[in-house]
Each structure stands twice: as structure tokens, then as C-alpha cells.
Design a protein around this ligand. Structure first.
Ligand code: GDP
Length: 476
């Protein structure tokens, strides 16, 4: 029986990082998501001075991550998130893309905003769009360990250019390792200058095909419905490259996209099915809640009997309101569902009070390939010149063993968005002559994101160097 390093860490109530370090010293350079065998797990458990205990059934169900056999996998629709600066046309584009659905008109359904929608194209293929534009939802989900997005569409208004949130979206997407398609919007406007956008993107290491790179871009007008077919084609092309597949013939697993307490219908959650097929009557656990599917309602307001991989549906019949990013799993009985939900409530509580799960994944992601660790950071400072000076100095203190990786940098106070990108990768945030706002401070505290303030660059590099050395451990 195999288990991932993170799961083992959770069970032992130890930090994932400490397990990864111990494994590293045992000659096994693996990431926190790597699966280790029973023997290695027992060795680690002993190493950390714990007694070996057989886990309960509820425990096993909770961490079941077994992959489906290759022959059971079938193609599934890509899941797309639209990001970009405010007013660049994210909402307009989401609305315009709804119009590419050939089923919507026919069925006579009324558009329901359930947090995600799926379109069926002329060739019968489908695309799922997450209906909450912007990167807050994206990074919050990631910070909670839910990576549902396959492709990001970055919207940039051709009459405006690259703005702070455009750059943040680029950084979030890169940190997540999700492929990006650039939609240069508002090309119907006189002032539109798409070529300038392509050039400016180069400054942020986004090289579109026309500039000799591999990132796809497309000129669109959400308002005049120009270029939508091309955008859809490029999404399909990217999806083909990703070879997205899932097993539809198994009990369903999904992720909460959105959840609320509805006056008439009780607790309602929009679930994106990750694998398997969710059916009316299925008994399930979702986060720390349980339930039995009373009805499934799609984005056209139609009741479904079942929903397969990549299909977003509203689920009715929950015991309470789960959180966005919570996993849903179908189980065999209601008693079992309640048992697992109760167990989970405990684990979730524990997770919230220990460290962030996603954090170390990226810190150690480089281990496997380059044998060099990465030290992720978010840098905010009072002027652009200072930002550049700090990044320059930080790059100089990188060594062959560990390298500074700037996830995001910018001028101004520390914001919620900075904290979210840091939380998703477990990075500290450096504030140089700047401070966080109240909301950012609160989220940082909740997600255990370290905030460090400096006003002398030398102090900053000194402390980060020490932090990096500490990360490597004494022998490395
Ligand atoms: P969001 O904040 O990114 O969701 O942007 P919106 O979709 O709300 O669009 C902001 C404004 O830009 C609205 O007034 C839209 O009508 C306008 N807009 C969006 N797309 C286009 C476009 O392709 N061409 C033009 N001319 N205006 C657009």
C-alpha cells in the first residue's frame, strides 16, 4: 500500500518539509507529492519516533489517490480559467464564449450562474469554463490544494496594455505550471495595438508564436464577437497537447467550485467532476460535509441524471455548506459518509492549524530534475528601482544547490493577491519600505505566510541567505 509524502506527514502531524528532508538524506530526492512504499513509510515513521499504527478505514478512504488504469481513461473536456486586469474584458469574453454553445439555444434553457459552464461546439467537443474571472479564485483554490484549471486564457486589452493584474496573472499561471493562451481583446477599437502587447509580453517572459515563442495568442473582440472561433480552436489545440483523460466508469470524485446556502433549496455546491460519474442518489462526502445527491442541475438550469468528468453541476442534498476547493468523493453508505465527514472535520482543522500543504511542493520541485532547490519569494517595494535592485542582489546569492525564485514582484503595499500567490507556493513575502493592508495581513496569518520587512538591502540578502542555508540543512 502506497502513500504520498504529504499524506504521511499529515498522519504523523509532522511538517511535509521535514519528511522530504529526511528522505533526501536517505538518498531519495522526491517531492512532497511523490508516492512512497510501505517500507519507506515505516522507516520514516520510526525515524521520527512514532509508533507504527494501522490506520482506520475512514483514514484510508480519505487519502485514496490510486490512479485509474490506463485502459479505463477516456478523453475529457479541458477546464479553462480566464484571467486579466480589471476592465480588460474577462466577463464580456466569458459571456461571448457562452454564445459558442450549439446546445444552449436548442435546449431553451436559461443561463444559470453556477460558477462554471460548459459549451458544446459544432464538432461536438466540449470546453468547461470557470465562471469566476480573475486570479483570486484560482490562487485560493490552489492554496487549498485544488488544481482544477487545465488552461488559462489571459485577457489583455489591446488599447491599454500590460497592467498590474495582467502581470500578476502571468505570475500565478507560471507558478501553477498551467499553459496559457493570450487573448488580445478590444481589437475593434481604434487605439488597439496588438503588436505592442506582444512586445510588452516579452518583458515578462511570455513569448507568443509570432515573436518566436510557443505561447499561442489570438486577437479578439468580446464586444463585436471577433476571433472567438479562433480562440476556441486554440483552446482545443492546447487541450489535445495535454491529452486530458479521466475514467468515467467509477464512483465520482470532484471539486467544489462554489457553495452557498440557498433559501429555497438548502446547501448547494457546484461540483466539477474530476473523474467517475456523479449520479442522483449517490452518497458522498464533501469536505467535512456529507450528503446524498437529491438533484443535479447544470448551467442551463436543466436537471441531469448524471455528470461525468469535467462537467460542472450544482449538487443538492448536502448536510451543510462546504468550501470552494473541497474535494467530493462518492462512498458506499450514508453511515460511512458521516463517519468520513466527521473524521475529515478533524483533519481539516489540523491542516488549517499546521502548515500550508501546497507550500513545499514548489520549493522542492526542482529537486528531481536539477538537484537544485528553489527558494520562492514574493517581493514588494516602494519604487521600481528598489524592486530591481533587490531582485539583482537576490539572484547573486543563489548557489548551485538552491536558487531564489521570484514568484511575483511589484511596487506598492502588500495586497491580498500577493499573499495568495505566496500561499500557493509556501513563499515568504518581502516588504521593502512597504507594509501589508489589513486584509492581506489577515490572510497571511490564516495561511501562515511569513511577512518580512526591511529597509536595508544588505539586511535583506543576509537573512535570505541564512534562510536558504537553513533550507538545505547541515549536510547538504
Ligand atoms: P472585466 O472587468 O475584465 O470583467 O471586464 P468587462 O468584461 O466588464 O469589460 C469592461 C469594459 O470593456 C466594458 O465596458 C465592456 O463593454 C468593454 N469591452 C469588453 N470587451 C470589449 C471589446 O472587445 N471591445 C470593446 N470596444 N469594448 C469591450
Amino acid at each position: 500500500e502506497a502513500i504520498t509524502v504529504q499524506e504521511l506527514a499529515n498522519r504523523m502531524a509532522e511538517k511535509g518539509a521535514d519528511l522530504v528532508k529526511a528522505l533526501f538524506k536517505m538518498g531519495m530526492p522526491v517531492t512532497i507529492n511523490a508516492t512512497i512504499d510501505q517500507d519507506t513509510a515505516e522507516l520514516l515513521v520510526t525515524e521520527f519516533g512514532h509508533n507504527i499504527q494501522r490506520v482506520s478505514d475512514a483514514d484510508i478512504d480519505l487519502v485514496e489517490t490510486e490512479a485509474d488504469a490506463d485502459e479505463t481513461l477516456q478523453p475529457r473536456a479541458p477546464v479553462v480559467t480566464i484571467m486579466g486586469h480589471v476592465d480588460h474584458g474577462k466577463t464580456s469574453l466569458l459571456d461571448a464564449l457562452r454564445g459558442t454553445d450549439v446546445v444552449r439555444g436548442e435546449a431553451g434553457g436559461i443561463t444559470q450562474h453556477i460558477g462554471a459552464y460548459q459549451v458544446t461546439l459544432k464538432d461536438k467537443s466540449k470546453i468547461t469554463f470557470l465562471d469566476t474571472p480573475g486570479h483570486e479564485a484560482f490562487t485560493e483554490m490552489r492554496a487549498r490544494g485544488a488544481d482544477v484549471t487545465d488552461i488559462v486564457v489571459l485577457v489583455v486589452a489591446a488599447d491599454d496594455g500590460l497592467m498590474p493584474q495582467t502581470i500578476e496573472a502571468i505570475n500565478h499561471t507560471k507558478a501553477a505550471g498551467v499553459p496559457m493562451i493570450v487573448a488580445i481583446n478590444k481589437v475593434d477599437k481604434h487605439e488597439a495595438n496588438p503588436q505592442r502587447i506582444r512586445e510588452r509580453l516579452l518583458e515578462h517572459n511570455v513569448q507568443v508564436e509570432e515573436m518566436g515563442g510557443e505561447t499561442q495568442d489570438v486577437e479578439v473582440s468580446a464586444l463585436k464577437k471577433i476571433g472567438l472561433d479562433t480562440l476556441v480552436e486554440k483552446i482545443q489545440l492546447q487541450a489535445e497537447l495535454l491529452e486530458l483523460r479521466a475514467n468515467p466508469d467509477r464512483e465520482a470524485e470532484g471539486t467544489v467550485i462554489e457553495a452557498k446556502l440557498d433559501k429555497g433549496r438548502g446547501p448547494v455546491a457546484t461540483i466539477l467532476v474530476n473523474r467517475g460519474t456523479l449520479r442522483v442518489g449517490d452518497v458522498f462526502v464533501v469536505g467535512a460535509e456529507s450528503g446524498k445527491v437529491r438533484a443535479l442541475v447544470n448551467d442551463k438550469g436543466m436537471q441531469l441524471k448524471e455528470a461525468g468528468p469535467s462537467v460542472p453541476v450544482e449538487v443538492l442534498g448536502l448536510s451543510g455548506v462546504p468550501m470552494a476547493g473541497d474535494p467530493l468523493q462518492v462512498v458506499e453508505s450514508e453511515a460511512r459518509a458521516r463517519e468520513v465527514a466527521a473524521y475529515r472535520a478533524g483533519v481539516i482543522q489540523q491542516k488549517r492549524t499546521t502548515n500550508t500543504p501546497a507550500s513545499l511542493e514548489s520549493m522542492f520541485s526542482a529537486l528531481k530534475e536539477k538537484q537544485a532547490m528553489e527558494y520562492p519569494l514574493v517581493v514588494k517595494a516602494d519604487t521600481q528601482g528598489t524592486v530591481e535592485a533587490i531582485i539583482g542582489s537576490l539572484n547573486k546569492i543563489s548557489t548551485d544547490d538552491i536558487k531564489v525564485r521570484i514568484l511575483h514582484s511589484g511596487v506598492g503595499g502588500i495586497t491580498e493577491s500577493d499573499v495568495n500567490v505566496a500561499a500557493a507556493s509556501g513563499a515568504p513575502i518581502i516588504g521593502f519600505n512597504v507594509r501589508p493592508n489589513a486584509k492581506a495581513r489577515e490572510i497571511a496569518e490564516r495561511n501562515k505566510v511569513a511577512l518580512k520587512y526591511y529597509d536595508v538591502i544588505y539586511d535583506l540578502t543576509d537573512e535570505i541567505r541564512a534562510g536558504m542555508a537553513g533550507q538545505l540543512g547541515p549536510e547538504a
